[in-house]
Design a protein around this ligand. Structure first.
Ligand SMILES: Nc1ncnc2c1ncn2[C@@H]1O[C@H](COP(=O)(O)OP(=O)(O)OP(=O)(O)O)[C@@H](O)[C@H]1O
Length: 375
């Protein structure tokens, strides 16, 4: 896949502030791919998007579009289209003419521009809505029109700045599906800002985790979840389990026991925090020899979060969080065993915090089923 957009060493400070908003940000977005910029509030996501759009100017670094440096090229001439949280449609134009607007400004005849706009309205499933006033549409429909308008301009890069954050959960899911279908049909190059990690994983090929104006990791979404580059990325991605220990020859030694690490990575020897996700933990009913390593644990808490059931356990004095299957009856105080698949384990540098704090009053000791490094 060729690189459509290259952001190279971008830095930016706003006047009067001693802290830079962006520091040495580098990202490459392949043609036809979608990268989500994910980060907490104030991490610099919108500033980065605005710099790419030509609406903010970096102090250092370059932005290249298909090899051309965009420095000095104005926002209108970058050929990019932006969709933000609010659809910002022209209230005096009907739906069709909103979508046809860019083409008519370029001098395309009204009839041809409208025919083209109609095709984009079909794509966003608003085929019969062309002659309506934009004020007569729901928030989700208006956002569909904004996306159709942006795509109709045939942008070199589609910039999405938290485009679905004003919509309710159900509409957001349907917009994710819509974006998925649009990507299949049109393969636009997309850079999207979001603070919602589920949205990033649902929509994007790659996720760039931004914090304090720095890119902490830029990888496919599943890798950012399973192999975070740092403890901060693990926490930003909602990882809850952290266990202090030491790595030696590809094995992590901790209160949980000796756990072999995936062989596809060269894990450096020394102190390291074992991290794994709640949803990766298994609840074997009848653990036997040959099953993945299991650890004895006591259920200390149960919480229902929508369709998920989160279980807190104390294992060898370490507090862990797991997602339990619905079919498994569990109550606080149950003695259970948990399994931790090899592929779900990763180690990062740092110091585990409260989640790995010793559970008070726990008398459970670490009992791994297998001796030695457990697979
Ligand atoms: N024009 C400006 N002048 C001064 N400071 C600014 C300006 N724009 C943004 N900032 C500051 O830069 C930092 C990053 O802002 P930015 O909007 O890029 O963050 P963000 O990650 O998009 O946040 P959010 O998710 O809350 O929208 C913030 O501290 C913000 O106050």
């Amino acid at each position: 896949m060729s690189s459509a957009l290259v952001i190279d060493g971008l830095s930016k400070s706003f006047p009067g502030s001693t802290t830079p908003v962006l520091t040495d940000v580098s990202l490459t977005v392949g043609a036809g791919s979608c990268t989500a910029i994910l980060g907490p509030s104030g991490s610099g996501k919108s500033t980065l998007l605005r710099a790419v759009a030509g609406l903010d100017f970096p102090d250092a670094g370059r932005i290249l579009l298909r090899g051309t440096d965009l420095a000095g090229i104005s926002a209108e001439r970058r050929g990019m289209a932006m969709v933000s949280q609010r659809p910002l449609l022209f209230p005096h134009l009907n739906v069709l003419d909103n979508v046809a607007f860019a083409a008519t400004v370029r001098g395309v005849r009204k009839r041809a521009a409208r025919a083209d706009a109609g095709e984009f309205l079909d794509l966003v499933q608003l085929g019969g809505f062309g002659h309506r006033a934009v004020s007569a549409l729901s928030g989700g429909q208006q956002q569909r029109v904004a996306i159709a308008r942006a795509l109709a301009a045939r942008p070199s890069v589609l910039l999405l700045d938290e485009p679905f954050s004003a919509l309710d959960q159900e509409l957001r899911s349907s917009m994710h599906e819509l974006l998925f279908r649009l990507r299949e049909r049109l393969a636009p190059t997309i850079l999207m800002v979001t603070h919602d990690r589920d949205e990033a994983a649902a929509v994007a090929d790659r996720v760039a985790v931004l914090s304090g104006g720095r890119v902490l990791q830029h990888d496919p979404a599943d890798r950012v979840y399973a192999r975070p580059a740092s403890l901060e990325v693990h926490r930003l991605m909602g990882g809850l389990n952290e266990v202090n220990g030491t790595v030696r020859n590809g094995v992590h030694y901790s209160a949980l026991g000796d756990l072999a690490l995936p062989e596809d990575t060269d894990w450096p020897d020394g102190p390291g925090v074992l991290v794994f996700r709640p949803e990766s933990i298994g609840f074997p009913e009848n653990p036997r020899e040959g099953l993945p390593a299991t650890v004895a644990a006591t259920v200390t808490g149960l919480r229902t979060l929508g369709p998920r059931r989160l279980v807190t356990v104390s294992a060898a004095g370490v507090r862990l969080h797991a997602e339990a299957p619905w079919g498994r009856p569990l109550t606080v105080g149950d003695q259970i065993r948990l399994s931790l698949p090899l592929s779900a384990r990763a180690v990062v540098a740092g110091e585990a915090q409260s989640t790995a704090a010793r559970a008070s009053g726990s008398s459970v000791s670490a009992v791994m089923v297998n001796s030695g490094a457990s697979k």
